[in-house]
Design a protein around this ligand. Structure first.
Ligand SMILES: NC(=O)c1ccc[n+]([C@@H]2O[C@H](COP(=O)([O-])OP(=O)(O)OC[C@H]3O[C@@H](n4cnc5c(N)ncnc54)[C@H](OP(=O)(O)O)[C@@H]3O)[C@@H](O)[C@H]2O)c1
Length: 395
């Protein structure tokens, strides 16, 4: 077992007493599974059994881009104790256990470090030898640790498994503060153990709620303030498996595929297109329900069999309003995905743009009738589009 870096050097762990103020500290990413009301456990364990979630946890916390390095998992003493003895320390990762008790000891020689405070752990990991050997730092719970650190400035991303059921819990964590965090990606929901859940990653886009307040003095639709702009490269700290899952990459990859492999076709406008048929990749939970924000996921089930061939019937808004809509998932199947020839060049320009975190759309939860919505019932937060790219309309 490594020494006990507790910030005050006397082994009894407490807090930041005696810490040198300007020691560099590592930032970290939180990984957590939580119910809708942010419950994370009951009676010392997680009251669900979700194999794909365990696999996700194992993969995200273990994978490194540099095979010569490892990641660190930082956890509270009670979370450490909740891991079955034969499974701890978590293999392939440096296990950092936080305790204020100087007498707490772990009879394991390798891969375990005990720290007396979160800040001393982050300082330790920023110093030699760990600054060289540890690639990423993941904060893995439990409740007490997340309550202190989930929305704290050192947290640069939260990978949350959102359990879409109410399951009784006795340990809770705070909601993710969406004035500071915005979604990077959200994975299509899975069902295991009769529990529906999905993976979402939030990235920090502002340092404090104060910064967000000052930005909100601009209209939510006014993007002229430079301080709102995301520096996209900033998010490449995310694990590759998360960074590349941003939904916009699916669109960009499809555009790339159509441009490089599409079949040349004539079209009704005479412009000519490049086409790919039968693309079915958009299994996207477009709009989500999170933190009490009301948002919708829908399956469109549209029967067109009662119309004559060539008659699509009233389209778009009318369909959404008049067909049977059941809350569910939005699946987009594209019959003929095509690019007009005169759009190839501007699209190549678009392919150079990197995705940014998604904005958050808040919809007035008091409105229940779709026809009663007015513009003021929608609040779009953190929308930071790329510069306009002009494309001539094919007519
Ligand atoms: N759903 C999930 O994703 C998830 C993830 C992880 C854990 N969990 C669950 O969460 C439960 C444990 O959570 P919990 O809140 O009871 O305990 P915890 O946060 O895991 O551990 C609390 C202990 O950590 C130490 N500690 C906390 N803050 C500290 C600090 N700032 N500096 C130094 N030491 C600190 C203290 O240890 P001492 O008492 O030794 O001083 C404290 O008693 C378990 O049931 C586990 O299964 C769920």
């Amino acid at each position: 077992m490594a020494s006990i870096p507790n910030g005050n050097g006397n082994g009894n762990g407490n807090s930041n007493v005696g810490l040198q103020p300007d020691l560099p500290r590592r930032t970290y990413q939180a990984v957590v599974a939580a119910t809708r009301d942010m419950g994370i456990s009951k009676d010392g364990k997680m009251p669900w059994n979700l194999p794909s979630d365990l696999k996700f946890f194992q993969e995200i916390t273990t994978t490194t881009s540099d095979s010569g390095k490892k990641n660190a998992v930082v956890m509270g003493r009670k979370t450490w104790e909740s891991i079955p003895p034969e499974k701890r320390p978590l293999s392939g990762r440096l296990n950092v256990v936080l305790t204020r008790s100087g007498s707490f000891d772990i009879a394991t020689a390798e891969n375990v470090v005990i720290c007396g405070s979160l800040s001393s752990a982050m300082e330790l990991l920023a110093a030699s030898p760990y600054c060289l050997s540890i690639e990423k730092v993941f904060l893995t719970g439990g409740g007490e640790i997340f309550r202190e650190a989930l929305n704290a400035p050192g947290c640069e991303a939260v990978h949350i498994t959102e359990i879409e059921e109410r399951i009784e819990c006795d340990t809770f964590i705070p909601q993710i503060d969406t004035s500071m965090f915005q979604p990077w990606y959200s994975y299509f929901p899975l069902v295991e153990d009769n529990i529906r859940y999905s993976f979402t990653t939030f990235v920090r886009v502002r340092n404090s709620a104060l910064e967000s307040l000052s930005q909100n003095t601009h209209s939510d639709f006014d993007n002229s303030s430079d301080s709102r702009k995301f520096e996209v490269q900033k998010f490449s700290f995310l694990p590759k498996m998360i960074f590349e899952r941003h939904e916009e990459y699916k669109y960009l990859r499809l555009v790339q595929e159509i441009i490089s492999e599409g079949t040349t076709k004539d079209d009704r406008t005479g412009t000519g297109t490049l086409s790919k048929f039968g693309c079915q990749y958009f299994g996207v939970g477009l709009l989500k329900s999170f933190s009490g924000l009301s948002v919708v996921q829908q399956v469109l089930s549209i029967s067109l069999t009662d119309r004559e061939e060539g008659d699509l019937g009233p389209v778009y808004g009318f369909q959404w309003r008049h067909f049977d809509l059941v809350p569910g998932d939005f699946i987009h199947v594209i019959g003929d995905a095509h690019v007009y020839r005169n759009h190839v060049r501007p699209l190549q320009e678009q392919l150079q743009n990197h995705p940014k975190p998604f904005p958050i759309l808040k919809i007035n939860p008091k409105k229940k009738d779709i026809d009663s919505f007015v513009a003021a019932d929608f609040n779009l937060i953190g929308y930071d589009p790329h510069q306009k790219i002009e494309m001539k309309m094919a007519v």
